[in-house]
Design a protein. Structure first.
Length: 344
């Protein structure tokens, strides 16, 4: 299975090989687009052009590292959405051309479902049921996953995604892009008692909101008389607030479902601070399943693994497959869980 991922600003290709039920990762190539650092965020047109220039070489490199030729590939899995539509189109059109020319199976994959399958690449024994927290620059979702392919939405962000909040706050603090790693590095030296920021919606249900928290950081930055001195403390206070909200919701979902596994996925799951806080708060009631950082970033290995699952079910995409910026998660069902929000 050849996987292709071009949903945002990483051009990635990967090869999975092996038996039908237990594939192994043979190669993974991820090319990040540094041009966006200049602008402090992703510029969609530049991302599309960079994918167009890099994708053939990235795919070729993945084949070389796997030690296989194109003749050995049985199927092509590609991210069809959600994401930046121009960037998605580059990957979808390229994958369709490869599959059509070689008479291979084509599978369009939902990017969010790919993040759910990311830990399975390294932990083939991982099985539902579990609660999944998907946190990235574009999404913040809490899901009840009773089985692969069945997803119940417990809550989502009402405004900004957590990853976007990290990027915007990093800009306020004069840090680089992407913001998450920069804030985590700086927060490690910060005093957690120097500043205190609100925890939006922490004590209510399963939904999220981060716009007000960003505003609170903005006011604190403008009110600082020495930003150089306060920068690590502001980073620590902001990170503590976001992670507290995320893990509190995750903990509440584990209590409501009774599941014994909590899965972390998405770019923000690269944060060691998030994984450590979740493991500490869930100790004794659930284990935390989280992939290594390169598999939590946007990557083709997770797309190939989700495509492998879909192909095993007998699913294939036809030549009308198209990119969709708002592609819904397949198998999404309504969720009905008890309200475990603490009451005074």
């Amino acid at each position: 299975m050849l996987g292709i991922e071009t949903s945002c600003d990483e051009t990635s290709a990967a090869l999975l090989v092996g038996e039908r039920s237990r594939p192994e990762l043979a190669s993974l190539v991820i090319l990040s687009q540094d041009v966006h650092r200049v602008f402090g965020g992703v510029v969609p047109e530049l991302a599309s052009r960079a994918h167009l220039a890099a994708l053939p070489a990235v795919v070729e490199r993945a084949l070389v590292e796997a030690g296989v030729g194109w003749h050995a590939v049985d199927a092509v899995a590609v991210t069809a959405g959600p994401g930046l539509v121009g960037a998605l189109l580059v990957g979808v059109v390229y994958a369709k051309a490869l599959a059509y020319a070689g008479d291979r199976a084509l599978i369009g994959v939902n990017h969010l479902e790919g993040h759910l399958f990311a830990p399975l690449v390294e932990d083939p024994q991982l099985e539902p049921p579990f609660v999944a927290l998907l946190v990235s620059g574009g999404h913040t979702l809490l899901l009840d996953v009773p089985a692969w392919g069945r997803y119940r939405l417990l809550g989502a962000t009402r405004d900004d995604a957590a990853g976007e909040a990290f990027d915007k706050v990093a800009t306020l603090l004069g840090l680089g892009y992407p913001g998450g790693p920069e804030i985590e590095r700086l927060a490690a030296t910060g005093d957690p008692t120097r500043f205190t920021f609100p925890r939006p919606m922490r004590d209510a249900g399963f939904e999220f909101s981060f716009s007000g928290l960003k505003t609170a950081v903005l006011h604190a930055v403008r009110g600082s008389d020495d930003l150089e001195r306060d920068r690590p403390h502001l980073a620590r206070a902001f990170q503590d607030a976001v992670l507290d909200v995320l893990v509190t919701k995750l903990e509440r979902a584990i209590q409501a479902t009774g599941y014994r596994i909590a899965l972390l996925g998405g770019g923000v799951a690269c944060s060691r601070a998030l994984a450590e806080l979740a493991a500490r708060r869930l100790a004794g009631c659930a284990r935390v399943a989280v992939a290594s950082p390169r598999l939590n970033a946007d990557n083709a290995a997770m797309i190939a693994r989700a495509g492998w699952y879909r192909l095993a079910l007998g699913e294939r995409s036809d030549w009308t497959l198209d990119a969709r910026a708002d592609l819904p998660l397949p198998g999404l069902e309504p969720a009905t869980l008890p309200d475990l929000t603490p009451h005074p």
